[in-house]
Unconditional design. Structure first.
Length: 343
């Protein structure tokens, strides 16, 4: 079969494309930038998901669509969140229906739940707290409406915060500080249960649902996890540096981070400072029941991700690094550098 992966040069889209290739499937990628490390047998089309003609061209002869293209929180994209994550998703779904594809897979986000009470189930009510989460919720609903009207089988995947080899973004900041023996910080007491998911476990769940042809909604997170504080304390022990975990007052921290965010002086966005001090975790029994076997606990995925960072840190900030995906490149720390200097 021929699979179309939108956003196939981004972190998740790249993983999906490579998994499909490993199983002998044919892959076409639609993205606004080309990853030079793509395997030579991958077909590439440069187009924006908001470009109806470009999307229609990419849909020719496609059997399964994997819609991963999205603006992510650390891009702080404002109105563009809605343009890409809602309007773009609707266009992709509509063109998939016109092209007669047999399956549609939509990569959503745990941000659609925002301040929902944990444990969170696939049918838990949406409760986004910021514009990114709102856009992913509306994008999910738009795709579902199009697919339902056309009787197009739809799989919706909602991952928890992702860790794994090559996953950077805000984790690059945490790992850098720990490697240098700086103090690191949590908002509140750090006793909130907080679930992450390893990229490889996420791909296993993704491919399992696809292989079994089970339309529906899949919330994917680690089966074994503890608190936010425990996760960070563990990676400090693993690193063996002089870093210490420090606690920041919730109210003051949220106000300060909001101001810095508005002034574009911090890489942290609203989703981070609204949720990282709260219990956030999925119930994953629906995945275990269909045979999913996750391999990574919070602790194990943090340790592996930190080790990858150490191995590659000397090349992460090179100016000639040409990576278009926000989650595959280092980010600027802004005013957090001041906190780092005094830590």
């Amino acid at each position: 079969m021929l699979h179309l992966v939108t956003g196939g040069c981004g972190y998740l889209g790249n993983l999906v494309a490579r998994r499909l290739l490993e199983t002998g499937e044919k892959v076409r990628i639609l993205d606004i930038w080309r990853d030079e490390s793509l395997p030579p047998d991958v077909e590439f089309i440069e187009a924006d998901v908001r470009n109806t003609n470009g999307v229609a061209q990419a849909m020719k002869n496609i059997d399964v669509v994997h819609h991963n293209a999205a603006m992510v929180p650390i891009t702080k994209s404002g109105d563009v969140f809605r343009q890409v994550n809602v309007d773009g998703s609707r266009i992709v779904a509509e063109e998939a229906v016109k092209a007669g594809v047999s399956y549609f897979v939509y990569m959503s986000s745990s941000a659609v739940f925002g301040n929902a009470i944990s444990p969170i189930f696939p049918d838990s009510a949406f409760s986004p707290v910021e514009s990114y989460g709102q856009s992913k919720m509306e994008g999910e609903l738009a795709v579902k409406k199009v697919c339902d009207l056309a009787n197009l089988p739809l799989i919706i995947v909602r991952p928890r915060t992702i860790l794994g080899l090559g996953r950077l973004g805000i984790f690059q900041i945490l790992f850098e500080w720990i490697s240098e023996g700086r103090n690191v910080y949590v908002i509140g007491d750090g006793n909130n249960r907080f679930q992450f998911v390893h990229a490889l476990d996420l791909m296993d769940a993704y491919m399992l649902a696809l292989k079994q042809e089970k339309p529906g909604v899949y919330n994917v997170g680690a089966a074994e996890f503890g608190t936010m504080g425990e996760a960070i304390e563990n990676v400090i022990r693993h690193a063996g540096t002089k870093s210490r975990l420090k606690h920041l007052p919730i109210g003051l921290s949220k106000v300060a981070l909001k101001v810095l965010d508005k002034l574009s002086l911090s890489p942290l966005g609203p989703y981070h400072y609204h949720t990282y001090q709260r219990p956030v975790f999925f119930d994953v029994n629906h995945l275990l029941e269909i045979g999913w076997k996750p391999q990574y606990s919070n602790n194990r995925m943090f340790e592996g991700s930190y080790d990858w960072f150490l191995e590659h840190k000397d090349t992460l900030n090179k100016k000639d690094t040409n990576v278009g995906s926000p989650h595959r490149r280092a980010i600027k720390q802004g005013m957090l550098k001041i906190l780092k200097w005094i830590s």
